[in-house]
Write a protein of this length. Structure first.
Length: 137
């Protein structure tokens, strides 16, 4: 069985730091979007007494929805970057994208991904392991 190519721990940790920030921002952005949708469709939706307020929430929704879409795309790109550097399988990439779709799941997904990255870095060879052994450490 061939020896697996070593991972670049420094690049992975940098990539994960970016992904971690994106996970938190995406989680917050998704919660804001859900709150806006609740206000638009549940609290003020459809009642003639609240037509002005409903229009306000419609406008807020029209502004925030594309912003959230952009945040989610950035989250997916940073998840893809981490996925490539970790050399994980395709199901893991699908899971990373899924974490950003359900409210609050991105926070749990970030913790799970952090544990996965740490355990993989412990058990898989890294370039830094090789550099340390070359110096006699």
């Amino acid at each position: 069985m061939p020896t697996p190519r070593p991972l670049d721990e420094v690049a992975i940790r940098t990539s994960f730091a970016r992904f971690r920030v994106a996970s938190i921002v995406e989680g917050i952005a998704l919660l804001v979007l859900v709150a806006i949708m609740v206000m638009r469709y549940v609290v003020f939706g459809g009642d003639a007494l609240f037509t002005t307020t409903s229009e306000t929430w419609t406008q807020i929704s029209e502004i925030w929805s594309p912003i959230h879409g952009l945040i989610y795309m950035i989250y997916v790109i940073l998840g893809f970057d981490l996925w490539v550097k970790m050399r994980w399988g395709l199901p893991r990439m699908v899971l990373l994208m899924f974490f950003g779709v359900i409210p609050v799941l991105s926070f749990f997904g970030e913790r799970w991904t952090h544990q996965s990255v740490e355990s993989d870095l412990q058990r898989r060879p890294t370039l830094q392991d090789k550099a340390g052994s070359d110096r006699g450490e």
